[in-house]
Design a binder for this molecule. Sequence first.
Ligand code: PHE
Length: 476
Amino acid sequence: MDERKGFGTNFGFLMAAVGSAVGLGNIWGFPYKMGANGGFAYLAAYLVLAAVCGFVVLLAELALGRKTGAGAVKAYRLVSKKLKWVGWLGVASAFLILSFYCALGGYCLKYLVLNLGNVLHSGFGTNGMSGGEVFNAFVGNMGESTLYGMIFVAITMLIVMGGISDGIERVCSVGMPVLFILLVISIIRAVTLPGAVDGLKYMFIPGWAVANGVIEEAPSIFSVISAAGGQMFFSLSIGMAIMITYGSYLDKKENLEKNALVIVVMDTLIAILAGLCVIPARFALDPDGPLGGPGLLFITMQNVFDRMGPIGPIFGLLFYLLVIFAAISSSISLLEAVVVHFVDDARDRGLGDKRKKYTLIIAVLVAALCVLVCVDGLGSNHIAPADLLHLTVKGWNDCWLDFFDMLSEGVMMPLGGLLLVLMLGFETGTDLIRDECEATPDHRMRIYTFFKICVRVLTPIVMLIVLYGQIRAFFW
Ligand code: PHE
């Protein structure tokens, strides 16, 4: 009988889980949202939400996974009568996110190559074109962006085929510390650029962005909370199958609360650090460039490196390498969350270890959707849902990436998180989480009262606000 092998060490688990949490969202979402929504005030709101909602859902998911020793589909099936199907909701969100995450990962690979071209002064660099021109030419080139997307899917697939300890853990145990070092180097360069201080003011000082015309009007308190909640949810990779899956591979001797806390703290810290790198650089060298989203990563940052002098391409190389590590450690967690169900199911039926086969099948399906996202080129090639159905453009339908994002991040993820806390609060009770936390020898769950209050009262309320805010952000 094939054994179900988990993480070799707690450090390996942490690097994989932090790796899943740290992704493109930390780099292009958090920093600009922080500046646009009141700097320190946003950070304070974010931290409160992360404590009463992010930490609580994350801990519950890790415990649920470890208790059942299974991926999300089987885990929900084992503990709930009414919400058996919620595991599938998580798997479906992971699948959809993966399709566009791989397309974006492919873009990062392309930018690594571009900057390598610049370092070598060779023809495959940016050839004197501006960041905007390079980006438009690339997304408009269906063949090239598809090629890079497929390479990214293949890398993700190969790592997941290696399994937990020999694939995911090994890559993240090296990749995450390297990412951290690259980030520190990039921050030192960014904050010492002349004019960088405006970036720091934008990010941290409440009201600076409005007073200086960077954004038009001050957001309402509701939009601050819902922006912070939505960001927190996506950033921690919760409300979907991932943390249940990773929890299922964790040894009983490891402390779940401590691990959940470290993941939340590290994810937030890296989001702030990423901000200290990209935002000051943007204010110093490309003050009119986009402050967030793909525009920040692929237009503004490329302009920054082009304007940094002879050393620029080297920083470009380091920066896009960092982003690739962030993206790959997230994409492998997404693929694993889907694959685990089929692999475990085959093992339960006595068919042996079918990891390679199922990883290949699912990667091919992901690749098919990813091709659509790549060919669409963020809506620039006129095959978006809005074009095909002759709809007015509303933000969720102007490109396939936004459409899949709306379904997953907008609806399915927050719904999954809400249903999880409702299940714990009103169907199964919270004792199963406490028992699992206390399955660690000599450990008492001292925060149990806090956890219970959150699950029954605070977290569902926050989750409702997040869900409403996300739907509003996509459709209004
Ligand atoms: N947490 C990742 C980020 O911040 C994205 C992600 C979301 C990864 C959901 C996996 C699952 O970019």
